[in-house]
Design a protein around this ligand. Structure first.
Ligand code: ATP
Ligand code: MG
Length: 228
């Protein structure tokens, strides 16, 4: 069996707004292996983004364990958690969240610079991964000068640049037309094969979900495998 890159055990999360409590996650169990690709589907408000934030260490569960490469987030300092996020995880959001003042190349190089790599080395690696996503010609353009699909490819390149064990994506094709969505989907499949990166993709796009190894549905606070 390949190694487990992300493990989630009995994760619970409740939001309280004044007297009202919203029990969003009621005991989530999930193991993700090296190179495994899963989709998470579910109704709006079912807790998909909440779950992704907890898996990525951006938010804390009330109880339960999230482990990345055998290290539990709950046992890490904020500093260590940031380091794990930078070195072992990649993130792609529905809206690309690229830095507007920086070029595509600089945006992609950013996680490497944060990890302490020298500019020359970071630029070289960033240029290679931009080439992989077919954007060599757009390297010096700023996000505002790129199309929606191109921006999302830059965001994917940025998520992959430090060769993370697992990439978490929230609606990566949500704002794209079907042709662009299909090309992003093909790109993800190719990259996960050649880099053995695991992908957890939250999506409303059933065509995209079906290309993943397994599909899970989040409902009533629980994650249930529905396909694969
Ligand atoms: N910070 C918060 N404080 C209080 N309630 C919240 C907070 N964040 C989310 N919620 C509530 O938790 C529930 C799950 O929200 P979440 O954003 O995880 O849903 P989602 O499945 O990602 O929905 P969508 O498909 O619309 O993006 C919703 O009822 C939402 O109102
Ligand atoms: Mg959401």
């Amino acid at each position: 069996m390949t190694k487990i890159v992300l493990r989630c055990e009995d994760v619970k999360k409740t939001y309280s707004q004044g007297p009202q409590k919203v029990e969003v996650l009621k005991g989530i169990e999930l193991d993700i292996h090296e190179g495994q690709q899963i989709a998470i589907v579910g109704a709006s408000g079912s807790g998909k983004s909440t779950l992704l934030n907890v898996l990525g260490g951006l938010d804390q569960p009330d109880t339960g364990v999230v482990e990345i490469l055998q290290r539990a987030f709950s046992q890490c300092s904020d500093n260590e958690r940031g380091k794990i996020r930078n070195q072992s995880l990649g993130f792609v959001y529905q809206f690309h969240h690229l830095l507007p003042e920086f070029s595509a190349l600089e945006n992609v190089a950013m996680p490497l610079l944060i990890a302490g790599q020298k500019m020359a080395d970071a630029s070289k690696i960033a240029a290679q991964i931009l080439h992989r996503v077919g954007l060599t010609d757009r390297a010096v353009h700023k996000p505002a000068e790129l199309s929606g699909g191109e921006r999302q490819r830059v965001a994917i390149a940025r998520a992959l640049v430090n060769n993370p064990a697992c990439v978490l994506m929230d609606e990566p094709t949500g704002n794209l037309d079907s042709a662009n969505a299909a090309s992003i989907q093909a790109l993800m499949a190719e990259l996960s094969q050649s880099l053995s990166t695991a992908f957890i993709v939250v999506t409303h796009d059933l065509a995209l979900a079906k290309t993943m190894h397994q599909v899970y549905e989040l409902g009533e606070g629980r994650l249930v495998r529905v396909h694969g």
